[in-house]
Design a binder for this molecule. Sequence first.
Ligand code: CO
Length: 139
Amino acid sequence: MGEQHHGLLTEIDHIGIAVRDLDAAIGFYAGLFGAELVQRERIESDGVDEALIRVADSYIQLVCPFREDSPAAKFIAKRGEGVHHVGYRVESCAEVLKLAQEMGYETVDKVPRPGSRDTTVAFIHPKAAFGTLIELVEE
Ligand code: CO
């Protein structure tokens, strides 16, 4: 192992779950668990509608494509509904993204970009992360 980096992940911010029917999925979490819907938002650039459901200090982020060329639509077509990515909270998205790039890990984003809830986000490719798409989330 090379240089050690301590405690860069400060919280699991959210689990992203790809679904085909956003209202049905919100209804499931509300109906079974009484979970609170915090926010609903269309992310034009990603081609998805998102719903955030609170779980203590973290969220479930339901992701539902509204057009066929959305990466989330391709994900569902290929792998079905289910866990799509894990969002980890970090102090500095830019710093951790740069670190990943310097260490030679493939990233989806070259530079951080705006996420939902006025966050700054960047994605690390699942190829680099043992099959899980990782989202870095800076509040
Ligand atoms: Co996310």
